[in-house]
Design a protein around this ligand. Sequence first.
Ligand SMILES: [Zn+2]
Ligand SMILES: [Zn+2]
Length: 553
Amino acid sequence: MAGELVFAPLGGVGEIGMNLAIYGLGDQRRRTWLVVDVGVSFASEENLPGIDLIFPDIRYLVEERRNIAGIVLTHAHEDHYGAMLDLWPKLKVPVYATPFTAALLEAKRQGEYGVPEIPITKIALGSRFNVGPFDIELVSVAHSIPESNALILRTPHGNVLHTGDWKLDPTPVLGPPTDEAKLRALGAEGCHVLIGDSTNAVREGRSPSESDVAKTLTELIVKAPRRVAVTTFASNVARIKAVAIAARQAEREIVVVGRAMDRVIAVARETGYLEGVQPFHGADVYGHLPPDKVVALCTGSQGEPRAALARIAQDEHPEVALSKGDRVIFSSRPIPGNEKAIGRIINGLIDQGVEVITDRTHLVHVSGHPRQAELEDMIGWVKPRTVIPVHGESLHLSEHAALARRLGARTQMIRNGDLVRLAPGDPEIIDEVPAGRIYKDGSLLIQAESRTVAYRKRLSFSGVISVALAINDKGQLLADPEVEMIGIPDSTADGMPMGDIAYNAVVETFDTLPKARRRDPDSVAEAIRRGVRAAVAQHWRKKPNVTVHILIV
Ligand SMILES: [Zn+2]
Ligand SMILES: [Zn+2]
């Protein structure tokens, strides 16, 4: 087969979040694309007023829509599939996912208004299947959600391992451990390129097992004197199962608090991941259970203000309350950017006399990503000729690359939007494809480069003064100007009303304008805008945003 195999990340490289990778087979004139993952980023860590979600810009895929063979989702974490509901309708191409991922996406879709049905072809764990010209085999990997998969792509130009998110955990509580045998077999068959998770490449050693966390949780729940609330990522079904086992041992009932948790539990039961686990209760039962007979399983581990735990901490939850002597376990770690929100909740709970346990002092959480010794195992098994680090910020990528080089692999560093020829030959960057970010603003999608959010930031920094003037066609003022201020200090350091300063600036600027210019509304508006800005800035050392409306009567 002529042609080549190319790869481009449209998100997820140089950042943690919004993973979207494309593979292309063919030649420059016509390629067929395979999309791997369509993830989202959360705006919380960036100063983007009014924006919750960030998506990869897929304008290139929209253009190439007819040449896309399909989308494969590696697993159901938001950073890998969270943009599907918003972006798939722009592509409408076939989607492939394992049963848990497919069911969770469908459950999520049903919870949102107006999202069209997404037809998904369900693929079995560990299976080999074709998407257009792509020959794909799933490799089960341990992670922090059921059914995380690495992908082996076999092409006429060589084999690629796309690791997705993974770790090594011989005792994962739920689901199979990472399929070492299949990875070793790939190593024997030959692996041209490994494209892999770099999240924890800066951390030495190995991550502890989910089973170790389960042990700690059991101890903490069995020995708790009064009520226990546990918060974790809703999608971490193994953790939910560990809490359920601990609760049973402590002869306590599980009460589920929070919609996202309800949804994941329903899907996990439907797909068989909670078989043999006792039934849980809804939040309505909480008030009827004695304090030493309940474990509340809550959403909100990231400090989300509308989630269960935040409302409980503020004593605003209609059914669930905590009090002095109760114990809250954060079975989670803050996603960077969420520390302050989580800190507020922790402080609120401590102020109420609640005992808070986090991973700072107890092994109540482990990451789902490989540390250095695990990365070494993976590279040792697969023996890739070249490693391309993805899924990480610059530091993570460079540490992953350094580790790969120490083990004798070549490395190729890339950025979002780089088009890399993976084969034939050693990988090299040959071109660029359009890449960027889209913000979800209310129900609308806007380009990150659009001025909307930049302007919103400016307003939040220095407020707005709006001025209205009525003038006649001779350039005479017909009434006193109107000045309205939003987000501007009331008075100067000397106690002068800021409104007077703005008003005087309007009148003085207008009076000093030559007669001829007064008849040109644009010219008047611009002069007044500058005049007001300068006058207020003199007292404030900050420049307000000023808008001027001229009405010609
Ligand atoms: Zn993940
Ligand atoms: Zn991820």
